[in-house]
Design a protein around this ligand. Sequence first.
Ligand SMILES: [Cu+2]
Length: 142
Amino acid sequence: MTLALASVALAVILIPAPAAAAPLERFFRVGAGQYAFTPASLRANPGDTITIELHSTDVTHGLYVDGYDVSAEAQPGQPAALTFIASRAGVFRLRCSVTCGTLHPFMLGRLVVGPNWTLARAAALAGLAVLAAPLTLRKAAE
Ligand SMILES: [Cu+2]
């Protein structure tokens, strides 16, 4: 039984992720104010077309996407948009590209391109641990 559970756990870790879903058009409305992006974290799948509309709530801010080399600049009341295809998987930093005040270097966010397989695998392993616990306790009682 322990061997069966160990085999299932190994399979959860080693089986490759299924093929990605069909690419989507994703639209994000991102607010920019001293010194944060809201939301600060964006998620997409590889191949998705991403449009980010940047709205500034105080002074002029920019949004630059590391690794994709695209940016937009928004003034208060004048949103700006940028569109690109998320061709590469990974975690990419979003940063403000306009010096907007003292804490400007800390105005950051992130773009995650790719399904969250790490989380799915962790959840599956946690589920297995819950299943295995009674077996282990029963064995200890014998
Ligand atoms: Cu800034």
